[in-house]
Design a binder for this molecule. Structure first.
Ligand code: NZQ
Ligand code: ZN
Length: 386
């Protein structure tokens, strides 16, 4: 097992009817800015619950943060924060609203001239404005981690950011919110959380028995929950499992002491930046190609996953690994998610070269768990995904 440090200060408040507990968590003298997305919370009753909980506070709202939170929109929220002397942020939404809020938490205390530098120059955030979240869409795990991803449409760029100052102080996870989520987003949440586990697991063995079992149990639980929640989003039991699976898949726990990959995410963000493809779907496009291209270096873990998660017992190690890749692909397809780039855009020719060029320009010349995948490798993986 590799050395590690584990730090996660986010308080989770989980369960039905818990949104009202916002009032126990935000200091009474705070000036609060509540942030939300395109308005789903106004149709499903979440807005009313948050409004009631904020009753006695001095608070304002900022809506309209789009999926793949857009830098230009966030700058408008930043103006409000500065002008109104806001001291506490409350994100009410999915990964996009929470990530946008993390950017604002960082940018509102940032001393430099150009907040975009936080993203483009990967400036780590040690201290941000305090914030909490009410999760409305299980998927990203952003509610219990310190990372965020922000998009700039103007330049077709999508960058990650983070730091120990960007953990939410609290996150309220009420699985009842799942009932209003459209099928497309449920499928996205399942595929995204599944891939989060894969990126922290599908590397090479370091005899980290507990981490492996944690990861495999989350994968199994996602597979078990998927058909149930796809069938009926108002089934509270499945919604609760779906939500907690997603949070546990990316709250830092399973990545400790083991190698991490994250190549699928790094390449996937480019597909969103160029074509606006939903984050989770970019992952489904790339997973098979990435694992097939890197079969040799990932074979032992792929075979272990085949046995322990998919119950595959036939064949030697390589055959089991190949069957595992097929089983993952089938899982994405079972969610109605297309797994090739051409199912999303007709303009795919040249994508691989464009992405490889960007990686070279940025100096991302060695990605993956071994730090050895070059822009040329990335180009081939993307081409295999057309
Ligand atoms: O904007 P509204 O109207 O609220 O509608 C949203 C949005 O259109 C809707 N929605 C959310 N909750 C709902 C609901 N509709 C009905 N009922 C509800 N209860 O769902 C749509 C998508 O929301 P979004 O927040 O964009 O989805 P998701 O949670 O998948 O977030 C995706 C973003 O998170 C980033 C992605 O790159 C992408 O930008 N990620 C963040 C990570 C992190 N911070 O750790 C890790 C991930 O790998 C990912 O990169
Ligand atoms: Zn993801």
């Amino acid at each position: 097992m590799n050395n590690f440090e584990l730090y996660n200060p986010t308080k989770i408040i989980f369960g039905k009817g818990e949104i009202q507990k916002i009032k126990n968590e935000i200091p009474k003298d705070a000036k609060v800015l509540m942030l939300f997305g395109g308005g789903s919370i106004k149709k499903n009753g979440i807005y009313e619950q948050v409004k009631d909980a904020l009753g006695e506070y001095d608070w304002m709202e900022f809506g309209g943060i789009p999926p793949n939170p857009e830098y230009e929109v966030l700058l408008k929220a930043l103006e409000v924060i500065k002008k109104e002397n806001i001291t506490y942020l409350l994100a009410v939404g999915g990964g996009s609203v929470i990530d946008g809020t993390k950017f604002l938490s960082s940018a509102s205390l940032y001393k430099g001239d150009e907040p975009w530098d936080i993203l483009a120059k990967k400036i780590k955030t040690d201290k941000g404005m305090p914030f909490g979240t009410v999760l409305t869409l299980p998927a990203t795990g952003s509610e219990m981690n310190s990372g965020a991803v922000v998009t700039r449409k103007e330049t077709q760029e999508k960058y990650g950011m983070g730091g120990p100052g960007l953990f939410p102080q609290f996150s309220i996870l009420d699985p009842s919110v799942v009932s209003s989520i459209p099928e497309r987003q449920i499928a996205n949440g399942l595929a995204d959380s599944f891939t989060h586990v894969l990126e922290q697991y599908m590397t090479y063995p370091v005899d980290a028995k507990l981490q492996d079992r944690f990861a495999e149990s989350i994968l199994s639980s996602i597979l078990e929950t998927a058909p149930l929640i796809m069938e009926d989003t108002s089934d509270y039991k499945s919604a609760a499992n779906f939500m907690w699976n997603c949070t546990m898949a990316l709250n830092g726990l399973i990545q400790k002491g083991v190698p991490n990959d994250w190549a699928i995410h790094a390449i996937g963000h480019e597909l969103t930046a160029f074509y606006g493809i939903d984050h989770a779907r970019t992952l489904a496009i790339l997973t098979k190609s990435h694992y097939t291209y890197n079969l040799k270096s990932k074979q032992a873990k792929l075979a272990q996953c085949a046995e322990r998660v998919f119950g595959i017992t036939e064949g030697d190690e390589q055959e089991k690994a190949e069957q595992c890749i097929e089983a993952i692909e089938e899982f994405f397809l079972s969610l109605g998610i297309g797994t090739s780039l051409s199912s999303y855009t007709k303009e795919y020719e040249g994508t691989a070269q464009k992405i490889a060029e960007r990686f070279t320009e940025r100096g991302w010349t060695g990605i993956g768990e071994h730090g050895k995948l070059t822009p040329n490798d990335v180009e081939q993986i993307v081409e295999m995904s057309y």
